[in-house]
Design a protein around this ligand. Structure first.
Ligand SMILES: [Zn+2]
Length: 352
């Protein structure tokens, strides 16, 4: 009896991902761009009540020609323009013809399984791959001698692009770097007056950093690849499991209305200070933001991972002037360049 129930449960979970379900479990819609406005009603004149990121999924309630209403985790109902929504895939990709896909970024790792799978190789822009499976925010690809999993957000519209300067390959090559997008899911972090929330911005920054580091030959992972709650202990466990050569936790700051501004980097142990110093140098240099310095901080992620680690605060989201900058692609790229230079500088001066 039990196994039958389990089987049906497993089957329905499998089907949810790729098939439109008429009855039964709620239909999920997927957001196709970053920082999409969720409004209180079906029109541009309604208030923005939240922001959504690419890959976020919501239960579908109903739709007009231009707007779709969704169930928010807070229990509220929100409205999103249909331009930014994908309905669940129908069966067409499975029945006939192959679903061919290309990455929109210069390089992505392909892994043995989603999330923390072994890195099998790197796939590049322009190469064509066949999609053979989809699971949550990951797709399984086949082609060009590769077969494995990659994050879906590198294959859809709306993924931020970066300028490609000369990549440094020497010291970052083969370094295991774990990026931790702060907060996630029910833990929103801080938020700004324009409605941007920290958990989404940290994810956006982390994705850009991932992309840049992959190109330099580093072996990069994220603690979370999409918007879900991940306890702090899980983040440090992952760093220990992966024996990260550097573990960087990405955050945006808040000052409870005291209008503070600028970036800061934190360490907890002496052996972490070197990395915090490089980041504390390079991030303000790259962003042009004020430097709040290199500080000792008793944060879980740097206290519980005792190897090379740092926590960076990339600007004050509750400072309206900084919020306007932080949310731009330019600022995100600059911040990523600063972190990248800090990491490269750190490994340059600590090369074995
Ligand atoms: Zn934070």
């Amino acid at each position: 009896m039990h196994s039958k129930v389990l089987f049906l449960l497993a089957l329905s979970l499998l089907l949810c991902d790729s098939v439109t379900v008429a009855k039964g479990p709620p239909v999920k819609v997927t957001i196709t761009e970053d920082n999409v406005n969720i409004r209180s009603g079906p029109g541009m004149h309604y208030n923005i009540i939240e922001k959504a990121m690419i890959g976020n999924q919501f239960s579908f309630l109903r739709a007009t020609n231009e707007w779709t209403s969704i169930d928010l985790p807070s229990g509220k109902t929100g409205w999103i323009s249909n331009k930014f929504i994908a309905m669940p895939e129908t069966k067409k990709t499975k029945e006939k013809g192959k679903s061919i896909i290309r990455t929109v970024v210069p390089a992505v790792h392909i892994r043995s399984k989603p999330l923390n799978g072994r890195i099998l190789g790197t796939i590049h822009k322009g190469e064509e791959y066949e999609v053979i499976a989809v699971r949550k925010h990951w797709i399984k690809l086949k082609g060009n001698g590769h077969r494995g999993w990659a994050p879906q957000w590198f294959f859809e519209g709306g993924t931020p692009r970066i300028n490609h300067e000369t990549w440094r390959t020497s010291t970052l090559n083969r370094r295991r770097i774990l990026i931790d997008p702060g907060h996630g899911g029910k833990d929103q972090g801080t938020s700004g007056q324009l409605g941007f929330v920290e958990k989404n911005l940290t994810l956006q920054t982390s994705r850009l950093l991932y992309e840049k580091l992959v190109l330099s030959g580093a072996e990069v992972s994220l603690t979370r690849y999409s918007d879900y709650f991940l306890p702090l202990s899980e983040r440090t466990k992952k760093a220990a499991k992966e024996k990260a050569d550097a573990f960087i936790s990405i955050h945006y700051d808040s000052s409870n209305g005291s209008s503070a501004s600028g970036t800061a980097s934190y360490y907890y142990y002496k052996n972490q200070k070197g990395l915090a110093e490089k980041l504390g140098d390079k991030v303000p240099q790259a962003t042009g933001a004020a430097s709040r310095g290199i500080k000792e901080g008793n944060y879980h992620v740097i206290r519980e991972y005792t190897e090379t680690a740092a926590l960076v605060e990339l600007g004050f989201l509750d400072n309206p002037f900084e919020e306007k900058q932080i949310i731009t692609q330019q600022y995100q790229h600059k911040a990523v360049n600063g972190i990248y230079d800090g990491l490269a500088g750190y490994f340059d001066s600590n090369a074995e």
